[in-house]
Each structure stands twice: as structure tokens, then as C-alpha cells.
Design a protein around this ligand. Structure first.
Ligand SMILES: C[S@@+](CC[C@H](N)C(=O)[O-])C[C@H]1O[C@@H](n2cnc3c(N)ncnc32)[C@H](O)[C@@H]1O
Length: 277
């Protein structure tokens, strides 16, 4: 394995994995079943959209999946797959073969259960792995998806290079990421302290993609469609969970509004492509 020189305050994958282990176990208890929930923000097409939060999280999966251009039998890698809900949804709707990876053992166990329950075990599979060192051969996927996992990566450039490596020429990567809308005040919790996450300046993305050998396709600021209503919905749901106020980790996951200044947070959708050789 190549030597890692993490940036100061960079998330540590093993710690992030442990955080998601705990949250998955808590989620399984607190949310009643732990099957099939999306661990990402919702997407509402406009202020008049009447989607529930759960429907809106599926809507975000669909908004991203349509940009992957998957046909039946296409091979998709889902980097940071959570408990597998997006992978299962995309496999069902497109006929693609989906492989999901995440650093959390508990998430992978739950994702396996979900694929089994959905009757998709031949088409969808999961594995515990670190996106910084993808355990796959060069050019082994037609597309790569990363829904909200980039904020946890110690080195975004390295992960994007890994994505490029495993993509076939012409294959697409579609991801979401958090960006900073303005500088945090000293009193503000950096994301790192609460969720093992960092944000990135919006304007840096095209250069990060280029440096990783990827061609820019599309970059959308989807903050308005996602952040305010998602955080409000999570705060509402969290009222029933009786989370201890001092448990910032659980608060952050189930009621991020309690610990994150949402005015700081922007949400970004990026599509890129491995150039054809
Ligand atoms: C916010 S959750 C999103 C989960 C899933 N994409 C979804 O939308 O439901 C972030 C995911 O990234 C994964 N993750 C974080 N750091 C990772 C790393 N270094 N390598 C692989 N997965 C990672 C976590 O285990 C978790 O599944």
C-alpha cells in the first residue's frame, strides 16, 4: 500500500468507519428496521415540491443516476455506499450490476441484507474497502457514483485518481460534495470535529478533477434544492429519537442542524468523465 501523508485535520477512514458503525447500529434501533434508508440529503425540485424527506432522498439518487448513463448490464461502482439503498434502487431501475464499497463493516453487513431481501444478490454486491485504495482492476467499471462520501475523504485528489483508474475510457463519475459558502467564524464547529468531514472551496473542483485526469462534464450548485429542507426534516425526525444533547456525533448524524451552521454549507453535484484514450 502506498504511503499516506494526510493533510492536517484530514478525516481518518478507520475513525469514519467506526462512526458509521455506531450510527448504523443506532439507526437500526432508532429508525425501527435499519433497512434501506438513504444516508444522504433529500432533493426537492422546487419550493412547491411536496416530496417527503424519504422520497426526496430517493429523488437525489435518481438525479445523480440519470447522469451516469447506465444501460442494462453496465458495471457501476458506488463509492461510500452506506447501507446500500442507492445501489439497490439503481440496480432495480437500470439493470446495471452494482458493486458498493464503504469503510463501515456494519453498513456493509446491512447492505448485504438489503440486497438479499431485494432478491438482487447476483446483481448487487458490497465490500468493506477504503476509497483511497480501491481493490479493483484498471478499467473494470463503466461508471462510478459517490453520493456524499467525498466529504469524508482524507485526499479528494487521490480518490478521484483511483476512480479514474477503475473507470473504462469514456466512463463517467457522478458525485456530490459539500462546499464552503463563506468562511466559518472561530466559534463555528468545523465539520471535521463533528462528522469526520471537510468541505472544499467550490472553485477548486474543476482543477481537482483535471489534476486527477478527469474531464469536467457538469457542476451544479444544488444547495437550495437540498440543504435547508433536509436539515429541517432531520431536525423534526430527531425530536422523536430523544438524542442526548451532548452526544454530538449522534446529533450530527440525525439532527445536523443542532451542531452545524447550515448557512456555511453548500452542496454540489459534479459529473466528470475519463477521457477516451
Ligand atoms: C453520508 S454517507 C453516504 C452513504 C450512501 N452513499 C448513501 O447515499 O446512502 C457516507 C458514506 O461514505 C463512506 N465512506 C467514508 N469514508 C470512506 C472511505 N475512505 N472509503 C470508502 N467509503 C467511505 C461511509 O462508510 C458512508 O457509507
Amino acid at each position: 500500500m502506498a504511503e499516506r501523508v494526510p493533510a492536517p485535520n484530514a478525516p481518518v477512514p478507520e475513525e469514519v468507519g467506526r462512526m458509521y458503525d455506531r450510527m448504523t447500529l443506532l439507526g437500526a434501533d432508532l429508525l425501527g428496521n435499519g433497512h434501506g434508508y438513504n444516508a444522504h440529503l433529500g432533493y426537492w425540485d422546487g419550493p412547491h415540491s411536496e416530496l417527503t424527506y424519504d422520497q426526496a432522498t430517493d429523488r437525489l439518487t435518481d438525479v445523480m443516476a440519470q447522469r451516469l448513463r447506465l444501460g442494462s448490464g453496465a458495471r457501476l461502482l458506488d463509492v461510500g455506499c452506506g447501507v446500500g439503498a442507492p445501489a439497490v434502487r439503481i440496480a432495480r431501475r437500470t439493470g446495471a450490476e452494482v458493486t458498493g464499497i464503504a469503510v463501515s463493516r456494519e453498513q456493509i453487513a446491512r447492505a448485504d441484507e438489503l440486497a438479499h431481501t431485494a432478491g438482487l444478490r447476483g446483481q448487487v454486491s458490497f465490500r468493506q474497502a477504503d476509497a483511497m485504495d480501491l481493490p479493483y482492476a484498471d478499467a473494470s467499471f463503466d461508471a462510478v457514483l459517490a453520493i456524499e462520501s467525498m466529504p469524508h475523504m482524507p485526499d479528494r485528489g487521490r480518490v478521484l485518481r483511483e476512480m479514474r483508474r477503475v473507470l473504462r475510457p469514456g466512463g463517467r463519475v457522478v458525485l456530490t460534495d459539500f462546499f464552503r459558502r463563506r468562511s466559518p467564524s472561530p466559534a463555528t464547529h468545523p465539520l471535521r470535529q463533528t462528522m469526520g468531514s471537510t468541505t472544499v472551496p467550490l472553485d477548486d473542483y474543476p482543477a481537482i478533477l483535471r489534476a486527477a485526469g478527469l474531464e469536467f462534464v457538469e457542476m451544479l450548485d444544488i444547495t437550495e434544492e437540498t440543504v435547508p429542507r433536509s436539515f429541517a426534516a432531520l431536525a423534526e425526525q430527531a425530536k422523536d429519537l430523544h438524542l442526548a444533547p451532548e452526544d454530538t456525533e449522534a446529533q450530527c448524524y440525525f439532527n445536523p442542524q443542532a451542531v452545524i451552521d447550515t448557512d456555511l454549507l453548500g452542496y454540489l453535484l459534479v459529473a466528470a468523465r475519463r477521457p477516451r484514450d
